[in-house]
Design a binder for this molecule. Structure first.
Ligand SMILES: O=C(O)CCC(=O)C(=O)O
Ligand SMILES: [Fe+2]
Length: 411
C-alpha cells in the first residue's frame, strides 16, 4: 500500500475506497477496499506476487487445465458475489423496466434510416456522448438490425464448442469464460466493429493518456490529484497529464497495452472477445475492469448475441461511478437484440445471475489508450490470439484514427 502527501496537504493512504461514499477530505483506505480487477484476475494464488516494470502486479498465465491441477481459482476465490446485501436494481427493458432507467437509453433506430451528416445522426451522437460522460455507460437501443445480429449467436456457439488450435478459453469471475474471436467473418464485418456512431463516440470520449509512460505509483498519484480537483473528465485533457516520454512509453511492459505509438494520443482497438455466462451462474462481485489510470482510458462495447432478459446474465452498472458517484442502486441493461452497451471500463459493474436454461453469449471489444494495464500477456488467450488481435486492429484503427483526428479535443 502506498502512502504519501499530495495536493493541498491531505494525507492519502493508498487508493481511496472506490466502493464507499467518501468526502474529498477523508480518503482513508485499507488494502481490502481496493477494488479488484476482472481481467488480470485470472489464476491468482494468494501471496504470490510478480510485478512488471511499471510496478503492476502480474497474474499467472496458464491454461485452465494447468490451473486446476495446481489448485488455482480464477480471481483467487472464483469471483462470485456472496454479499447478503445486494444493491437495489432498476431495469432498462422488459416487464421490469423502470422509468428511472430511461435516461440511460438512447433510442438509435433512426440511425439506420439516415445518412452520414444528417441532423438526426448528429443529435444521436451528442445525446449518447452526454449520457456516457455523465453516467459512465450508455445503452444504444436498436442501433443495429436485429436480423443482422441474430445469426451471430449460433456462430459464437459453434466457435465456443469447437475451440481452434492456438486459442484458449479463459475464465472470468463467477463461472463466465472468454475466448478471443478470430479475424474472420462474421466477426470482421464493418457494420459490427467499425460502426460510425461507435467510433465517433470512442474518439470523443476516450482521452485519458495518463497511463502512457507512467508507473502505477505515478498514475495513482495523478488520480488522487484528479479526485481532489473534483473528479471531472476534462481534467485528463490538460497537457500535463498527457503521456510521459521514456522507456515505459516507448515499450509498454508486459501486461500494459502497446496500442498506438509513443507519439500518438487517444484510443485504439484493444481485443475482440466472446463471453459465455452458463445457466446457473451466480452474480459476479461488483468491479471495475481497470483501476488505473481512472476513467476515459478504456471503453468497452458489449454486443449481446443472446437476447437479454432480466435474469439471463445481463450486466448491472453503477451510474456515475466512473466519476466516483455512489448512487446506491444499479442499472441492469437488458435492451433488445441489435442494441449495444458502451461502458467506461472504470465504471463499476458486474454480470448478474443467469437463471435461464441457456448460455448467455455476448461479444465484447474495447478501445484504450497506450500503456493501460489490463494484465494480459500476449499468450493469455492462446498463441494465435495475438495475431488475430492485430488483424482486428489493422481493420478498425485506420477508421477510428480518422475520427480521432476529426473530433480531437471535443468535450
Ligand atoms: O458476464 C459478462 O458478460 C462479463 C461480465 C464482466 O463484467 C466481467 O467479467 O468483467
Ligand atoms: Fe467486467
Amino acid at each position: 500500500m502506498q502512502t504519501g502527501w499530495v495536493g493541498s496537504g491531505l494525507r492519502v493512504f493508498g487508493w481511496p475506497n472506490l466502493n464507499e461514499q467518501h468526502g474529498w477530505t477523508s480518503l482513508v483506505v485499507t488494502p481490502d477496499s481496493i477494488p479488484s480487477r476482472t481481467r488480470p484476475g485470472c489464476w491468482r494464488r494468494p501471496g504470490c506476487r510478480a510485478v512488471n516494470a511499471a510496478g503492476f502486479e502480474m497474474v499467472t498465465s496458464m491454461t485452465p487445465e494447468e490451473a486446476e491441477k495446481q489448485g488455482y481459482m480464477p480471481f483467487g476465490d472464483g469471483g462470485a458475489d456472496n454479499s447478503t446485501n445486494p444493491r437495489p436494481r432498476v431495469y432498462t427493458h422488459g416487464p421490469c423496466a423502470s422509468p428511472v432507467a430511461a435516461r440511460f437509453v438512447v433510442p438509435c433506430h433512426d440511425w439506420r434510416a439516415t445518412e452520414q451528416g444528417d441532423a438526426i445522426r448528429r443529435k444521436l451522437v451528442e445525446t449518447a456522448l452526454e449520457v456516457l460522460r455523465v453516467e459512465g455507460f450508455v445503452v444504444l437501443e436498436n442501433l443495429m438490425a436485429p436480423e443482422d445480429v441474430a445469426p451471430l449467436e449460433a456462430e459464437a456457439k459453434w466457435y465456443l464448442e469447437n475451440v481452434q488450435d492456438g486459442f484458449i478459453p479463459q475464465p472470468l469471475r463467477a463461472n463466465r469464460s472468454q475466448l478471443h474471436l478470430p479475424y474472420a467473418m462474421p466477426w470482421a464485418s464493418d457494420w459490427l466493429i467499425c460502426h460510425d456512431l461507435v467510433l465517433e463516440l470512442v474518439a470523443s470520449y476516450v482521452h485519458n493518456d495518463l497511463a502512457g509512460g507512467r508507473t502505477q505509483d505515478e498514475q495513482q498519484g495523478s488520480l488522487v490529484q484528479w479526485l481532489i480537483s473534483g473528479a471531472k473528465l476534462d481534467w485528463f485533457r490538460k497537457p500535463e497529464w498527457g503521456p510521459k516520454g521514456g522507456e515505459l512509453l516507448d515499450e509498454p511492459p508486459t501486461g500494459c497495452t502497446d496500442v498506438g505509438t509513443a507519439n500518438d494520443i487517444g484510443p485504439w482497438l484493444g481485443r475482440v472477445l466472446v463471453t459465455k455466462t452458463p445457466p446457473g451462474s451466480e452474480p459476479q462481485r461488483h468491479h471495475r475492469d481497470i483501476n488505473f489510470p481512472g476513467p476515459s482510458a478504456q471503453l468497452t462495447v458489449q454486443v449481446a448475441l443472446t437476447p437479454l432478459s432480466a435474469n439471463n446474465g445481463p450486466l448491472g452498472y453503477v451510474p456515475g461511478s466512473h466519476c466516483m458517484a455512489t448512487p446506491g442502486y444499479e442499472v441492469v441493461a437488458n435492451p433488445p437484440l441489435g442494441s449495444l452497451v458502451l461502458y467506461d471500463s472504470f465504471t463499476e459493474h458486474h454480470g448478474i445471475e443467469n437463471h435461464s436454461p441457456q448460455d448467455r453469449l455476448a461479444m465484447y471489444y474495447e478501445f484504450e489508450t497506450r500503456g493501460v494495464f489490463g494484465g494480459y500477456t500476449d499468450i493469455h488467450f492462446g498463441e494465435k490470439a495475438a495475431m488475430h488481435t492485430l488483424a482486428f486492429r489493422s481493420a478498425v484503427d485506420p477508421d477510428l484514427r480518422r475520427w480521432v483526428a476529426c473530433v480531437g479535443g471535443s468535450t
